[in-house]
Design a protein around this ligand. Structure first.
Ligand SMILES: C[S@@+](CC[C@H](N)C(=O)[O-])C[C@H]1O[C@@H](n2cnc3c(N)ncnc32)[C@H](O)[C@@H]1O
Length: 323
């Protein structure tokens, strides 16, 4: 079994200035924000993995159900020999696709791509052991900046699971989709997982579970800023908030300051004041309809080939191809 190849586009030299820029921009804007990619240090990735097993968090099982039902069709429609997974995390559900693609004998290469280096290395290693005939080529990078570095060659399918596309605001989402299209060759395909608009009570419960794991995940971003920018956030003085914004059709996760306080971020030489009750946005998670997905894909030159939901109609997977 060959050792997994690994490209690192986001090492400490790049990571730190990006975090500094994002934190400076986010904490000096009004309302304050922090981007979700900074949740995912080793602890954040582990907490996300726990979230996927919570009873309230239906998207993971819904997506797994669709993958089990449709993986063979996805392999046939894409005819790909290279499967690239963006925001791959542990690549746990992806095994359903890998099984279907390897069963046809067509797959030669798997390219997991994630911002979280250790999670990616661990996932690449176990997948390499379990699929010894596949070439594993891991990429540590930011999918908003490094898609141009994806390994080329062969017929490729890019998969983007977990509803992660919902974490982009609409303009960012369009930029991202344009970059995906720019990396695809005619005939390559794109498989996208999207959570669907539904009853707001179930949506909020999925982002505010009874065991408090999502709250820990949300507050983890404060620990990341403390650790890497020498800040003194006290996570116990913030509470987790999840609300559904009907107008924008997205969940917002926020951190609400419980007290009047000033946080010092030594590496930025910055003091940031929070009033008691002030909320800082840490993530949005947009919810979709079929028309919206098809329109947004068409806007960037991707034609929808097929669309599948789970039996409850909670979640959808689509496959599209480059014109
Ligand atoms: C919502 S989780 C989904 C994980 C997995 N695909 C799933 O379906 O369970 C988002 C994943 O995207 C990764 N991620 C977040 N922002 C990223 C970025 N800007 N570039 C690359 N990976 C990113 C995280 O580390 C995490 O593994």
């Amino acid at each position: 079994m060959p050792e997994p190849e690994l490209d690192i586009h986001l090492d400490a030299d790049e990571w730190a200035p990006q975090l500094r820029n994002d934190v400076l921009e986010g904490l000096t804007s009004s309302p304050k924000t922090l981007p979700p990619k900074w949740f995912y240090d080793d602890r954040g990735s582990d907490l996300f993995d726990q979230i996927t097993r919570l009873p309230e968090y239906y998207p993971t099982e819904a997506e797994r159900q669709i993958l089990h039902a449709r993986a063979g069709e996805i392999a046939a429609l894409s005819a790909a020999d290279t499967l690239i997974e963006l925001g791959s995390g542990t690549s746990d559900k992806t095994r359903v696709l890998l099984d279907a693609f390897t069963a046809t004998g067509q797959l030669v290469r798997f390219v997991p791509f994630d911002v979280s280096e250790q999670t990616l290395i661990d996932a690449a290693k176990v997948i390499g052991e379990d699929y010894p005939d596949l070439r594993i080529h891991g990429v540590v990078g930011d999918f908003e900046r490094h898609l141009g570095t994806l390994p080329s060659g062969g017929r490729r399918v890019i998969v983007f699971l977990g509803g992660t596309i919902g974490n982009f605001a609409p303009a960012q989402r369009r930029d991202f989709l344009e970059q995906v299209v720019a990396t695809l060759n005619p005939g390559d395909s794109f498989v996208l997982g999207t959570d669907l608009v539904k009853d707001s009570g179930r949506l909020v419960a999925a982002y505010d579970d009874s065991q408090g794991v999502t709250a820990e995940f949300n507050k983890n971003v404060l620990s990341v800023v403390n650790k890497h920018l020498d800040a003194n956030f006290d996570p116990d003085t913030f509470e987790h908030v999840a609300v559904f914004d009907e107008e924008n059709a997205w969940i917002e996760m926020r951190l609400r300051s419980l007290v009047d306080q000033t946080v010092h971020i030594a590496d930025l030489d910055l003091d940031v004041s929070f009033a008691a009750g002030e909320e800082m946005r840490t993530e949005i998670s947009a919810k979709f309809t079929r028309d919206r997905v098809a329109d947004e894909l068409a806007d960037v030159g991707l034609d929808l080939l097929d669309w599948w939901t789970d039996t409850a109609g909670d979640y959808a997977l689509s496959i599209s191809t480059c014109r």
